[in-house]
Write a protein that binds this ligand. Sequence first.
Ligand code: GRF
Length: 195
Amino acid sequence: KRVALLISGGGSNMLRLVESMVGDHPARPVLVASNDPEASGLAKAAALGVPVASVDHRNFGKDRAAFEAALLQPILAAEPDIICLAGFMRVLTPSFVRQFEGRMLNIHPSLLPKYPGLHTHQRALDAGDIEAGCSVHEVTAELDAGPLLGQARVPVLQGDTAEALAARVLVMEHKLYPQVLRRYASGDRSPVYLS
Ligand code: GRF
């Protein structure tokens, strides 16, 4: 399976995914693309020999469709079977999602369906949750709401700040996403649960 990965920043999740696709893994990375040409994950991907591309969303103002049409170029040229959103911070329109429905994954830093959207860790702390975590789901037109493919839980500890909780969750993201991708790329859509 050919996997394209979309990032917006450091790409730590993308790196774990690229590093996992070796040996008898059923998938291989064919492109890492970003909405930010300065995303430091692009250089890391290139250093691993993965083709990269970027389309600066700031060149398109509010015209989301035009940005996505530009981003689609390198993605379609790479002919991916699967798209992994990994720290990709742009909301995709339903028309973009429709082109990849059933073969686009995203990782979100909360125990969905709790806390879709942003500032997930602070919201969990404010709610007094004793657990937090991350979820991998299939991307559908509704934000952070598609079928669950994996979830990992971490404890919320006394005195946790959002940063401390985010760091604890990120460790689990790096464990969860590669396991989900390997299972998903082998055709198994049963969810992975870690804690
Ligand atoms: C992570 O918190 C992840 O949950 C969210 O984007 C953040 C950065 O991810 N999706 P990465 O280091 O760019 O993979």
